[in-house]
Design a binder for this molecule. Structure first.
Ligand code: PNS
Length: 158
């Protein structure tokens, strides 16, 4: 059976840390679906469509990566896509508490789906979408924090 993993997140924007997690997940699974969560309560800098375009650019030519959006529960999206794994990156102990709660709740709702946590590489530990977004909003240079194939200015205002 094909081993499919879902990597869910807001990805506003997708960072070098996210890219590294996907690249490290690829040897573990046959297919990785990067699922951009549509959360109408959250004010985002980039629209869902723009985030999908940005992320797709990073993985163009990688046939085992799919980029899409979802609304509703992550576990429902996993079931619909026959994915038995959720991948999440862990940077710090602060991440751990939030991720542990989500992992446990998802597991309670869908015991057939396991969350697989990958520790981010040491150089990516401080990289956080909220801070990267703030740098972009304030006109700073965020190029070191987003994948090299993403030129942020191509996506601003969309
Ligand atoms: O990048 P983020 O903001 O940490 O991603 C959070 C995300 C999208 C993974 C989380 O909010 C989520 O799973 N949303 C979908 C709704 C859901 O399943 N909620 C219950 C999780 S226990």
């Amino acid at each position: 059976m094909e081993r499919t993993a879902v990597f869910p997140g807001s990805f506003d924007p997708f960072t070098v840390g996210h890219e590294s997690i996907v690249r490290r997940a690829l040897p573990l699974f046959d297919r990785v679906i990067i699922a951009v969560g549509e959360n109408s309560d959250k004010k985002t800098l980039f629209s869902v469509e723009t985030r999908i375009r940005m992320i797709s650019k990073v993985f163009e030519g990688e046939s085992r990566v799919e980029v899409t959006s979802f609304s509703g529960l992550t576990v429902d999206f996993c079931r619909k896509n026959k994915a038995r794994y959720i991948v999440r990156g862990l940077r710090t102990s602060a991440d751990f508490e939030y991720e542990r709660a989500m992992g446990h709740m998802n597991w309670k709702m869908a015991p057939e789906i396991d969350t697989v946590f990958l520790l981010t590489s040491t150089e990516h530990t401080p990289v956080n979408s909220t801070i990267v977004r703030d740098i972009i909003k304030n006109g700073g240079d965020a190029s070191a924090f987003v994948p090299s194939s993403i030129n942020i200015s191509d996506y601003l205002g969309r």
